[in-house]
Design a protein around this ligand. Structure first.
Ligand code: FAD
Length: 408
């Protein structure tokens, strides 16, 4: 993405916040979202020359500021659209990849239908990332913007069950973009994982964020406990742990098997979590979850670790220290060690090539897959990544679908 940051900052310094928002929107379609959750420290702020001697310009905060100003002043307008083309395109999944692909295709004049399995659009932005980091209203604005562009949004529509991709083509769609993300949680495979009181971060966060378990009016059941362990070291871990604190957890402990340096979570998320009272137990690996006579979690046996040589991920491999087992007294265990792709689309789409982990194989530049007319991007191709990378993939695929249809 080639955003002209100096021009963006110059517009803000002149007080032209609308101009600033438009400058970013030339390249990014999820301004208010990226300003809140994108790892700017690894992207635009990393490139800032001021960062070489001190603190870089807080570009993400500026992005968030202009986006919020634009929304407050109700100035989010749809651009002039070209005349409607006859071709219909199906976009599956309404996370950042699907939203970006659908928006760009609509701006090119295509008739776009966006199919979403849940009752609400936004993907991880609404079911995963908590309200305290990214308010749902911000995502709703982005989805409304798609409606203004003429995108037809079909909720509660699980593709692979309601229709297959083959049936979408039979129904007259000329191309399909698959942006179904990586929503299948991984588990540890240790004894005791089936006890009551062990759940995936995915389930915990979906119940809370999408199904509003924190609001008694929604009557969504959620386990509330005082002593909670959250296993993992990424953003999902920090979101689940900080949510657990807000749902009444008194002692919430993040259990991570490597050291702080290897934690994939954004440093500011870890910092905020610790400020809020999270405990972080580093170099600790759960080996067994212990239950009481009624089958509820009563504790977790852990092993202390030390770091060895780097593994294939480039991070130092954790090695168990013999005889260092100890028991952590907890009543709820949330597993946040990553997600894989849901197999439904691959299972119901003949000739769609996947890799050994089940990700759809797609061209990095165009999103083209092994099946003619089917494009894919975002976490379903790369595995769990970032909002910005999913957005980029959606936009690149939109351009590729346009040239594909022009060649037909
Ligand atoms: P998703 O956002 O997963 O969207 C996929 C959508 O497809 C979902 O709505 C799903 O319901 C739908 N779907 C799936 N199957 C079907 C089907 N068969 N038919 C119809 N619809 C279907 N990234 C960051 O950059 N910064 C962060 O701070 C950050 N925090 C995160 C916190 C959490 C808790 C999680 C889980 C992820 C976080 N990420 C973060 C990662 C980021 O959110 C993802 O990389 C990004 O959302 C991927 O976008 P996507 O569009 O590929 O998929």
């Amino acid at each position: 993405m080639q955003i002209d940051i100096p021009a963006f900052i110059a517009l803000i310094t002149r007080g032209d916040y609308g101009g600033g928002a438009r400058k970013i929107k030339e390249e990014s379609c999820l301004l208010a979202v990226c300003g809140r959750v994108c790892p700017a420290e690894d992207n635009c702020e990393k490139m800032c020359v001021l960062g070489k001697k001190g603190e870089p310009v807080a570009i993400a905060n500026l992005e968030r500021f202009v986006a919020d100003k634009e929304r407050e002043q109700a100035k989010v307008e749809a651009p002039a659209l070209p005349s409607r083309k006859k071709e219909k395109i199906a976009v599956i999944g309404s996370g950042p990849a699907g939203i970006s692909a659908a928006g760009d295709l609509a701006k090119l004049g295509y008739r776009v239908s966006l199919f979403e399995a849940f009752h609400k659009s936004g993907g991880v932005l609404v079911y995963g990332i908590p309200e305290f980091r990214l308010p749902n209203s911000v995502v709703e604005e982005e989805v409304n913007y798609l409606r203004k562009l003429g995108v037809e949004i079909k909720l509660n529509s699980v593709i692979g069950r309601l229709f297959t991709i083959g049936e979408l083509f039979e129904d007259g769609f000329k191309a399909v973009f698959v942006g179904t993300g990586a929503g299948l949680p991984r588990f540890l495979g240790i004894p005791g994982e089936n006890l009551n009181g062990v759940l995936s971060a995915n389930e915990y966060l979906t119940r809370t964020n999408l199904m509003k378990a924190y609001d008694p009016a929604y009557r969504t059941p959620i386990l509330k406990r005082k002593r909670i362990a959250v296993i993992g070291g990424g953003n999902v871990t920090m979101d689940a742990a900080r949510t657990a604190l807000r749902l009444g957890g008194k002692e919430v402990t993040v259990v991570y098997r490597r050291s702080r340096r290897e934690m994939p979570a954004r440093p500011n998320e870890v910092h905020h979590g610790e400020e809020e009272g999270l405990k972080i137990r580093l170099l600790t690996n759960p080996v067994k979850i212990l239950g009481d006579e009624k089958g509820w979690v009563r504790g977790m046996e852990c092993l202390r670790m030390r770091l060895g040589e780097p593994d294939e991920s480039g991070r130092r491999r954790p090695i168990g220290v013999a005889g260092s087992e100890f028991v952590l007294k907890v009543e709820l265990v949330i597993v946040a060690i990553g997600n894989g792709p849901h197999p439904l689309i691959a299972q119901t789409t003949p000739d769609l090539k996947t890799d050994k982990k089940g990700h759809i194989v797609a061209d990095e530049e165009t999103g083209e897959t092994s099946r003619k007319g089917v494009f894919a991007g975002g976490d379903i191709v790369t595995g769990s990544a970032t909002v910005i990378s999913a957005m980029r993939a959606g936009r690149r695929a939109a351009r590729a679908i346009d040239s594909y249809l022009k060649r037909q």
